[in-house]
Design a protein around this ligand. Structure first.
Ligand code: ATP
Ligand code: MG
Ligand code: MG
Ligand code: MG
Length: 479
């Protein structure tokens, strides 16, 4: 089954169960001070759980573009190194807003996986919340009992608060959850060690695919839990992982979600995926990161030097450096992947295809600007390493790489790790603070006037003066 059919089947299944299919919300959030990006399917429905708004339909399903690169859910360091965490991924989800609860959610997820997708029952494991004395939360006996109707009891495992109590962020809706894991290892390996031993142990082929959250609480700013006005179901299934399981692969990157990107990258670099671990990681990072960056830009978040924009810039610079160092991409390249991706996803997320030229141009500009300083920065890093006494790159040196060569701190740390070194990140932060107070003092000295734009000037956007600048100076043309 190809990925398009897998996605369609999910939506059709829940439509048949009375759900309204809704579009994905944008990746970028403009109205939620607690989150920078949509990190799960429930984010756009938060107000329904909290009782602040009433949904049009009490049963909803969709596929949601998610980004997990900041805040409580941050997977950036894993991406490309492992084969199942992405920066941007699709989360398939079904919701009940005060309608059905655990019994139906559990029965339907089982039916979909085993009868529609035909995943082998003996390779599935489920987890239920064991309870937490400190928070006064009980063992989820109901979920256990409902699962028992479908699956052998030795495939039902108890999980702790870290894995089985889902929270959106530091505050907000939350509740106990029940996850479904699939064992994709060979028969021979299964004989050696039962899959249940590996659930939640970061094994790339014994992997969590679906989380069923039973929303019952709201985490308040003082950390206490309050009961929500009603009980809800919020589920999220990693689409790329599901494709891996159904297509009988052992890595998300071997599914048709990623193969078009990987072969395009391989051709351009003159390498084949699975040639070597180093080039494989670089190829995976680029294939992953271009999705995050392209969709963020298509959803209105340009790379910049602050906030959400800086997260996007950091992701792109990371990809550029992997390409430069391991795949010999010395010229802008990543922007060329935008049409490949746009075409691949045009039926589900047409926003990229329809803006592919604009998105490609922004990425091209960013790549060009970073490639101007990257090589010099890497040479400087070589020199720093050569003179280094000990294993730690100091705060001021990391700051020099940031300030002069545009190296985000996480990039410097990543390269340092590759070389068996580390970075004094606190020292770096202290340098950043110093710079901030210097520029505040400078800004106070300048008492520039506001420029009055006459009536004969209509602002027409013709570009940014300086893509690096924190505050963008937009150029206007007289017309
Ligand atoms: P993991 O333990 O693998 O990090 P999670 O428990 O953090 O996953 P949830 O918050 O439960 O994930 O999200 C629901 C589903 O979304 C997961 O079961 C998984 O299939 C998928 N998922 C989560 N994070 C990622 C990611 N970074 N890339 C791809 N899929 C993901
Ligand atoms: Mg996670
Ligand atoms: Mg998990
Ligand atoms: Mg989970």
């Amino acid at each position: 089954m190809d990925s398009g059919s897998i996605r369609r089947k999910f939506l059709e299944f829940f439509e048949k169960k009375g759900h309204t299919i809704v579009p994905s919300a944008p990746l970028v959030l403009k109205n939620d001070p607690t989150l920078l990006f949509t990190n799960s399917g429930m984010v756009q429905f938060k107000d329904y759980f909290l009782g602040n708004a009433q949904p049009k339909s009490r049963r909803v399903a969709d596929t949601q573009k998610c980004l997990r690169v900041s805040g409580k859910h941050n997977d950036l360091e894993e991406v490309g190194i492992d084969t199942y965490h992405h920066t941007m991924f699709e989360m398939l989800g079904n919701w009940s807003f005060g309608d059905y609860f655990k019994k139906e959610a559990i029965a339907w997820s089982w039916e979909l996986l085993t009868e529609e997708y035909k995943l082998p029952k003996d390779r599935l494991y489920v987890t239920v919340f064991e309870g937490d004395a400190k928070e006064n939360l009980p063992f989820d006996q109901d979920a256990y009992n409902f699962w028992k109707e479908h699956i052998a009891e030795d495939h039902i495992l108890r999980g702790n608060k870290k894995d089985n109590f889902w929270e959106m962020g530091e505050t907000g809706p939350c509740g106990p959850c029940s996850e479904i894991h699939v064992d994709l290892r060979s028969e021979e390996e299964v004989q050696k060690l039962p899959g249940k031993e590996l659930v939640n142990q970061s094994h790339p082929q014994v992997i969590e695919i679906w989380n069923n959250v039973f929303m019952e609480f709201n985490r308040k700013a003082d950390k206490s839990l309050e009961r929500l006005p009603a009980q809800h179901v919020d589920t999220g299934m990693g689409f790329e992982r599901l494709c891996m399981a159904i297509q009988k692969k052992t890595s998300n990157y071997d599914t048709d979600v990623f193969t078009p990107l990987l072969s395009f990258i391989g051709q351009a670099a003159g390498v084949t995926y699975k040639d070597s671990e180093k080039t494989d990681i670089a190829m995976r990072v680029i294939a992953d990161h271009v999705r995050a960056v392209a969709f963020a830009i298509a959803d209105g978040q340009l790379p910049s030097n602050t906030g959400a924009g800086y997260v996007i810039r950091r992701i792109l610079r990371r990809a550029v450096r992997y390409g430069f160092t391991f795949l010999n991409f010395k010229e802008p390249f990543i922007y060329k992947l935008v049409p490949v991706l746009g075409n691949q996803l045009k039926d589900v997320f047409p926003e990229l295809e329809s803006q592919k030229e604009y998105v490609g141009k922004v990425i091209f500009e960013e790549e060009t600007s970073f490639l101007r300083t990257l090589e010099k920065g890497l040479k400087r890093l070589d020199a720093i390493q050569a003179e280094l006494k000990g294993q730690v790159i100091s705060g001021p040196l990391a700051f020099e790489l940031y300030d002069t060569f545009g190296f985000p701190i996480d990039l410097t740390s990543l390269i340092a790790r590759e070389r068996g070194l580390s970075v004094d990140e606190d020292g770096f932060k202290a340098e950043m603070e110093k710079q901030k107070s210097r520029s505040k003092a400078d800004a106070a000295k300048e008492t520039g006037d506001w420029i009055t734009v006459g009536t004969d000037v209509k602002p027409e956007f013709i570009g940014y003066d300086n893509l690096e600048a924190d505050v963008r100076i937009v150029r206007y043309r007289k017309i």
